[in-house]
Design a protein around this ligand. Structure first.
Ligand code: NAP
Length: 305
């Protein structure tokens, strides 16, 4: 593969930024990778792991001369970071981000960017429950979607070049409009996370009553909720605060469905439950056929001992 950008600056050096750096290095996609994180501790760890060519002491220093700048901080911090780097951005540079919510990021970042800088928001639909500069790996984006969310008037050449980078990092790209993106993510990611957080919270309350049986026998389904509910609290707080409308819309529908199922259980409506579960099972088959998950039992987990 060949170089897509001469110099890439990563602002925020956690899971996504470090994975991008590893993936860019794997493919030789950037001439130089610079990085910046707000805490000295994270900068030190990033230097130790060595996924950037240079870790800078300020965000402005990191973006100087970069032809691609990627904001990899929590959604609620994007606006302040954009304001900080704006005076140091090179003319003709592309600024992108990896935030899980798009409309709020566009509104927070867009106004700070100077004339002659291209803004191309993006969202890799890949992640783990781990965070920080040690958690990244080159394969994170392989076979996963990255949604590119051009704004009105986005430069087509800048959009295509960013898509080329994501494809070369292993992802499949699709373009999507910001509000549609936020609704799709509310269904596929944001509401499921909130439900997992709730379920784990409920079980924790119950665990106190049943003397930790909830933890002991957690293999049957609950364990998968706990993995999702271990995701970064700052990131997810910001997701819900900035994707409010879409998340509330989906949660409203979820509650209605839950009541319908609750009623079916109460009234002994087995046909309703059977039909419902048949429909949902078909959705799982569709996900596997689309190559988005494994068909192996228990998600292909290897048994210990
Ligand atoms: P992460 O591992 O927690 O790293 C976050 C980075 O942002 C850290 O370097 C942190 O700096 C910095 N940061 C945190 N708060 C900040 C603030 N107020 N101002 C400036 N910098 C701040 O997070 P991540 O998982 O890489 O997520 C980064 C972005 O990717 C988020 O917008 C998230 O929505 C998006 N995303 C995440 C996933 C996922 O599954 N994790 C998937 C797709 C997209 P310090 O270390 O110095 O505190």
């Amino acid at each position: 593969m060949s170089q897509v950008y001469e110099r890439v600056a990563l602002i925020g050096l956690g899971l996504i930024a470090s994975s991008m750096a590893h993936a860019m290095r794997r493919g030789g996609l950037a001439g130089e990778i610079t990085g910046y994180a707000r805490s000295a501790e994270t900068r030190d760890v990033a230097r130790e792991v060595g996924f950037c060519d240079r870790v800078c002491e300020t965000a402005q220093e990191a973006v100087q001369g970069a032809d691609l700048v990627v904001l990899c901080v929590p959604v609620g911090a994007m606006g302040a970071v954009a304001k900080e780097i704006a005076p140091a951005l090179a003319r003709g540079a592309t600024v992108s981000d990896v935030g899980s919510v798009k409309r709020a990021v566009i509104e927070a970042v867009g106004p700070h960017l100077p004339e002659g800088v291209h803004f191309v928001p993006a969202h890799p639909m890949a992640g783990t429950e781990h965070s920080g500069p040690r958690s990244g790996f080159a394969e994170l984006f392989d076979g996963k979607y990255t949604l590119i969310v051009p704004i009105e008037g986005s430069d087509r050449a800048a959009v295509k070049r960013l898509e080329r980078l994501w494809t070369a990092m292993g992802a499949t790209t699709d373009e999507m409009e910001a509000d549609h993106h936020d609704l799709v993510c509310a269904v596929t990611s944001h509401a499921p996370h909130l439900i997992a957080y709730t379920m784990v919270g409920v079980a924790d309350d119950l665990g106190r009553v049943t003397d930790s049986e909830v933890i002991k026998y957690s293999a049957a389904g609950f364990r998968d909720f706990t993995r999702i509910a271990a995701s970064d609290p700052t990131m997810w707080r910001d997701v819900f605060l900035t994707n409010k409308d879409a998340t509330l819309e989906i949660l409203g529908r979820f509650t209605e469905e839950l009541f319908a199922l609750q009623r079916a259980i109460r009234t002994g409506d087995g046909d309703m439950l059977f039909e419902y579960f048949t429909r949902t099972r078909a959705i799982r088959r569709g996900i596997i056929e689309a190559g988005q998950d494994t068909d192996a039992p228990d998600f292909g987990r290897v048994k210990k001992g």
